[in-house]
Unconditional design. Sequence first.
Length: 410
Amino acid sequence: MVGAGAIGAACALELTRRGADVLVLEQGADWAAGCSWGNAGLICPSHAGPYATRADIGRAVRWLLRSDSPLGIRPLPQLVPFLTRLLAETRPGRAVRVLEVSRDMCLRSLEMHRRLVADGLDTGFQQAGLLDVYETEDGFERGRAAASAHRDRGLTLRVLDADEVRDAEPALGPSAVGGVLFRDEAFADPLKYVRAVAAAAEARGARLLAGAEVLDLERIANGVRLTTTAGTVEATTVVVAAGAWSGRLAGALGRPVPLQGGKGYTVDLAADGRPPLRRPCMLQESRVAITPLEGRLRMAGTMQFAGLDERIQRPRLDGVQAASRRMLPAWADAPVVSMWAGLRPCSPDGLPYVGWLHPGRVLLATGHAMLGLTLAPLTGTQVANLLDGVALPEAAALDPGRFRRSLVAR
Ligand SMILES: Cc1cc2nc3c(=O)[nH]c(=O)nc-3n(C[C@H](O)[C@H](O)[C@H](O)COP(=O)(O)OP(=O)(O)OC[C@H]3O[C@@H](n4cnc5c(N)ncnc54)[C@H](O)[C@@H]3O)c2cc1C
């Protein structure tokens, strides 16, 4: 396995459960050194789907003009083919298909998160619901339309007016005009999740080799040889779960996939006795998630395409903080505990890549974008099924070669 994030940990657990001998190679110092460290923790079928639909494009263009907005694109040549594909994925029929596959997988994975808790893992999981909050009438109208589509697909939800929003979440200030409460959604503490799943995998024999960056992979007679900064390793089968960095390794194997880092930011505030949130809230206009964690409140947001650059850009972080502090007056002066930026592994359609790069030898499990924590348990099962020779019902939608295929079809 390459990569010790949420996806690597989930795969390691499921593979060891089925009796495999698993070695996890990680360039960082420990589990969760990458994007899985500081995400918002939402386990959220209601947020499944593509990055955008055609209707969102005008708003996205306006966001691009502001340095503190939820969307940023650095003008890098390598982003042009990726963003061209991403735009093509917003066409109506395609966006609906992506939404259906994504939502179905999120619902199945939510159930698996629940089962982990029943198995005794402390992932910080709470099925407390998710509240989408709207600050404008236009936004609320769009939210009601989306809610009705979600309800048709079986999600349990309730549309709330401004007073009901404040009854549901007394910590919210006066600017909320309405909301949608998804009762069955959940959240976890992302770091606790990775550590608990990793510990369960290690208890079944998985080993972590930290500080081992995989520089190259080559197929050999009986498997794969990996050249790492900690020496050479040979394996029968390799699962590449290296997050936003996976594209380099797929390219080294002659199987390039379109994958870019989508940078997001989180800021943690110390609770210090302030009124807690009962459940995570998603500020829809500013695209900021606010999650109650132990003794802290985590604010998370922005999607910035800037290659593999993990540096924090202050205006983006300020944008995340400003939205949260505006909506939560009692938290406006709360001390900052930590600031963080992470790279979401993003495919052009927002669906992960889970499938073989070289049948029987190298499997890819990445591209989970905004849903990596949500989908981790399901991905672990999908990877283990593929290794057991079991075909996935959603194989075509997740195929790492799907963009090569679609280019040939044109
Ligand atoms: C601000 C923000 C908020 C988010 N909120 C949510 C949320 O609420 N819910 C949700 O479901 N998802 C959320 N996400 C997305 C989620 O965090 C990611 O999808 C998920 O963490 C990806 O997990 P991963 O294991 O694929 O990647 P990572 O966690 O990045 O793990 C990949 C690992 O591979 C290692 N690696 C890379 N290259 C090599 C190499 N060559 N050799 C060895 N090791 C290597 C890296 O060091 C890293 O540890 C959010 C993301 C961000 C940025």
